[in-house]
Design a protein around this ligand. Structure first.
Ligand code: ARG
Ligand code: ZN
Length: 849
């Protein structure tokens, strides 16, 4: 087998597979450094093509034998795999290969984590397990036999027998190889059952290391709620006798939807009140749902090729967002999701890594599991639903399932189901999938004789490889308020299809105040000249929670950018408006917490850059702090009251109400800590009986350069708890005062518990430091050098995690020439390194442009 030189793969080059697989049988003889994998695969010619080349992917496999229809063969090595001469018709391929799970530090394929065997095959990891057409449009039923002395042996599908030292599994549902999974270890289960809508009982198990079994209850409840929700809302029933989830400490990503055997980063399963925060609980609930929902959107209907990734990810994210809205507060969830889009996705769209929701080329597909594919992909589904209505959406999704169950589909198939079910022409809508970048929407207004006209102009700035952009269909949810603050035109969805378009509202008694892009109805940047007075008016009166929050956000941002550029103190519109919002007891505490929390330094830098000002990280840091002090000074009594009164009483519960109250109390605490020397935070830390309260107090203290004792206490208490210690590394590096951030981080990198080969720990420290905006962007460039050194150290062992972390450099174009030069020098140093991985190599090339 030869090393494949990095090659660019294009969507336009798609060709159907010459051979399909009718059935796969695998036997694993597990041993840490020499696992034997025996495969027996029935191939049949694909009637859809006349090509009969027989090619199998493979990487790092030691082949012990290969047979076709029982006769020994010697396959030819070609880049990325092997070829062999085969009969004209169906035949059986058998191979025995050896792999080294213990030596697999890339955590892709079959690897070991704390003595347990596990797999991660998406996107192209199965080829590291055995020779196979490792592409998602080849689907087959799998039968798996595992031989090992370990007590728990799991794979996809239903159990099909077990005995001393072996177990067999049978998965009747045809699946692509990326959904294959195997787990073997000394694990314990948290068990439950679920009765499906047609009355079938499913055995549920969450498998963890001994000692973790009392931290699985929350994830189990989330799983059962997800199973019920998918039946009720999408009519989708589960289709096997068992559903297993395994928690793994060493994992490159969040979680993986392998058929009947989801594998999770343990950080997204394990939770108890004393070790997990409210935010972690909410995230676990959402990810459990996400992976479960993939059973239909991803597994039963999968992707034809990896360019179609958003077909399963965008849709499944959309579904998990709907689930969270139903389980918690829909308004709060929408603000959180929109905020994520506006910060991280707009950042990606505006930088060198911008790509369409359906990319057209890649070198390493793992680099395209992005916020654009996932979250913008979900926004496209939301827009579709807005355009065709709830009934049309349900009909279209039903048709899509009915038509493509058991198939590998495309975005074209998805849109065709919508066109047929609703009669709507989606040819212009389809541009959203191929055109990268964030449309910028400018607005002008006209008022004459009771008629109000809104004129919108859309423009999408150029992105790498795409200079000419076309107008998109943009659903614009708009409402109008009269000057008293009453709503005179309720939410109406305007459909913009042209570059410039006007919409008229008649019969109004007075000039209205518009509320535009309600509920973040499209992933666009709204650019409207307005005043702080009007923003304060909308913060007070808008009936749309997202726009109400956005008005507060805009006020905060105008205060922060002013403070960061000329040191101006926040004005009365912001401070008074904020005060009124905080005291408004009709508003959900979680909503008030969102209004109170300030944009991050990275967001301020992004806003300044968008407005044509070069961001100065130190000035942003100082300005943000000044604004926090001003808010705390102006509203000390209100904040102190909220901090005291909002703490829920009684035993800790991670539900939306209690979590919302805590988030308001803790947002107040963070501000008060700016002016009280840390007294309240120290008291809260000492008295805290749950992780949310102690972390909030510790973070507030670290942010003012205090909290040494609390940090030590936390460390000593939790040093045996890996997930809790990840948070400690992240907080210390992320919140250290800018001047000390690098020293602190370097010292933490020498801490005996800095297990840098574990992705969670690496991301906590290196990612935490990069999140320390002023610390990372220190003028001498040593922050950039530090991260570069670590990327180069990790890359030979774990390319995927190194490549993911390299995105901290994607914003280089925002900063001054000196900083730009220093970041580019680091990127060039990486690019010039010998034996760089395909993953990191592609990332730095794209960032260098
Ligand atoms: N399909 C998984 C999820 O979103 C993500 C797997 C990503 N893995 C990878 N190697 N890129 O649920
Ligand atoms: Zn997913």
């Amino acid at each position: 087998m030869k090393d494949a030189a990095p090659q660019t793969i294009h969507l336009a080059d798609y060709a159907p597979p010459p051979w399909l697989v009718e059935r796969v049988e695998l036997t694993f003889r597990l041993a840490p450094t020499a696992t034997r994998v025996l495969s027996r695969i029935r191939f049949v010619p694909n009637p859809a093509t006349s090509d009969r080349r027989f090619f199998l992917h493979g990487e790092g496999l030691k082949t012990l034998s290969a047979r076709i229809d029982g006769a020994e063969v010697t396959p030819r090595e070609v880049p990325g795999g092997i070829e062999a001469d085969v009969p004209d018709g169906a035949f059986t391929w058998e191979a025995e290969v050896e792999v080294d799970p213990a030596g697999n530090t890339a955590l892709e394929g079959l690897y070991m984590s704390n003595g347990m065997y596990c797999t991660q095959c998406e996107a192209e990891g199965f080829r590291k397990i055995t020779w196979y057409p490792d592409r998602p449009d080849v689907m087959a039923p799998f039968r798996v036999r595992i031989e090992s002395d370990l007590p728990v042996l799991l794979s996809n599908g239903n159990p099909a027998g077990s005995g001393d030292g072996w177990a067999e599994w049978d998965d009747p549902w045809p699946k692509p190889a990326y959904l294959f999974a195997l787990v073997a270890g000394d694990l314990v289960a948290h068990r439950d059952t679920f009765v499906t809508m047609s009355g079938r009982e499913v055995a549920l198990g969450i498998w963890v290391r001994a000692g973790d079994e009392d931290r699985c209850a929350f994830a189990m409840e989330a799983l059962k709620a997800s199973m019920r929700w998918d039946e009720e809302v999408y009519g989708r029933e589960y289709d096997l006798d068992v559903f297993n989830i395994v928690a793994v400490d060493d994992f490159n990503m969040g979680a993986m939807e392998n058929k009947g055997l989801n594998i999770f980063n343990s950080a997204l399963v394990l939770a108890s009140p004393d070790t997990a925060t409210d935010a972690t609980f909410e995230r676990i609930e959402a990810v459990i749902a996400h992976e479960y929902f993939h059973n239909w959107t991803g597994n039963r209907v999968t992707c034809r090729d990896w360019f179609q990734l958003c077909l399963k990810e965008g849709l499944t994210v959309y579904r998990d967002q709907q689930f969270t809205s139903d389980m918690r507060s829909a308004a709060v969830k929408r603000i959180e999701d929109a905020s994520l889009m506006r910060t991280r996705q707009f950042r990606e769209d505006g930088g060198p890594l911008a790509h369409p929701v359906r990319p057209e080329s890649f070198v390493e597909i793992n680099n395209f599991y992005t916020i654009t594919v996932y979250e913008k992909g979900a926004e496209l589904i939301g827009m579709l639903k807005r355009l065709v209505g709830d009934d049309g959406y349900r009909k279209a999704v039903d048709l899509y399932f009915q038509r493509h169950d058991g198939e590998a589909a495309t975005i074209e198939d998805w849109l065709a189901a919508f066109e047929e079910a609703t009669g709507r022409d989606l040819s212009q809508f389809k541009l959203w999938y191929s055109q990268a970048g964030t449309p910028r929407l400018t607005v002008s207004e006209q008022w004459e004789d009771g008629t109000y006209t809104l004129t919108f102009r859309q423009e999408t700035p150029p992105t790498p490889g795409q200079t000419d952009k076309q107008p998109l269909v943009i659903p614009l949810a708009v409402g109008l308020l009269n000057p008293n603050g009453d709503e005179v035109v309720p939410t109406t969805v305007l459909e913009m299809t042209k570059e410039e378009q006007s919409f008229t509202f008649d019969g109004l008694a007075s000039r209205p105040v518009p509320s535009i892009l309600r509920n973040f109805s499209a992933p666009v940047r709204l650019d409207r000249a307005t005043t702080d007075a009007e923003r304060a008016f909308l913060l007070a009166h808008d009936t749309d929670p997202y726009n109400k929050w956005d008005a507060g956000r805009a006020l905060a941002m105008s205060a922060l950018t002013a403070a960061a550029t000329d040191g101006t103190a926040p004005g009365a519109d912001y401070l008074d408006g904020l005060g009124r919002t905080l005291r408004d007891e009709t508003l959900d505490p979680a909503f008030r917490a969102l209004v109170l929390s300030l944009p991050s330094e990275d967001e301020i830098a992004q806003a300044l850059h968008a407005a044509g000002t070069t961001p100065d990280p130190d000035a942003i840091h100082a300005g943000r702090r000044a604004v926090q002090e001003a808010i705390a000074g102006a509203h000390e009594a209100t904040l102190a009251d909220l901090h005291e009164r909002m703490q829920p009483t009684g035993p800790y519960r991670p539900d939306a109400d209690d979590a919302g109250r805590r988030s308001l109390a803790n947002a107040a605490l963070a501000l008060l800590t700016r002016i009280d020397g840390g007294a309240r935070a120290r008291t809260q830390f000492a008295a805290a009986d749950n992780m949310t309260q102690s972390v909030a107090a510790l973070a507030a203290l670290l942010a003012i350069g205090a909290g040494e004792d609390q940090s030590q206490t936390y460390h000593d208490r939790w040093q045996g708890e890996r997930l809790v210690m990840d948070r400690w590394f992240g907080l210390r590096a992320g919140l250290a005062p800018a001047e000390q951030a690098l020293d602190t981080t370097q010292e933490l990198a020498r801490h005996p518990a800095f297990h840098w080969k574990t992705p969670n720990r690496f991301r906590a420290l290196v990612g935490g430091f990069a999140n320390n905006h002023a610390g990372f962007h220190r003028a001498d460039g040593r922050g950039y050098e530090f991260v570069t050194d670590w990327l180069l150290k990790l890359d030979p062992l774990n390319p995927q995690t190194a490549a993911g972390m390299s995105k901290v450099f994607e914003t280089w174009g925002r900063y001054d020439a000196e900083r730009q030069g220093k970041i580019r020098a680091c990127l060039r140093r990486i690019a010039g390194t010998d034996r760089l991985s395909r993953d990191l190599g592609e990332m730095v090339q794209r960032m260098l442009g």
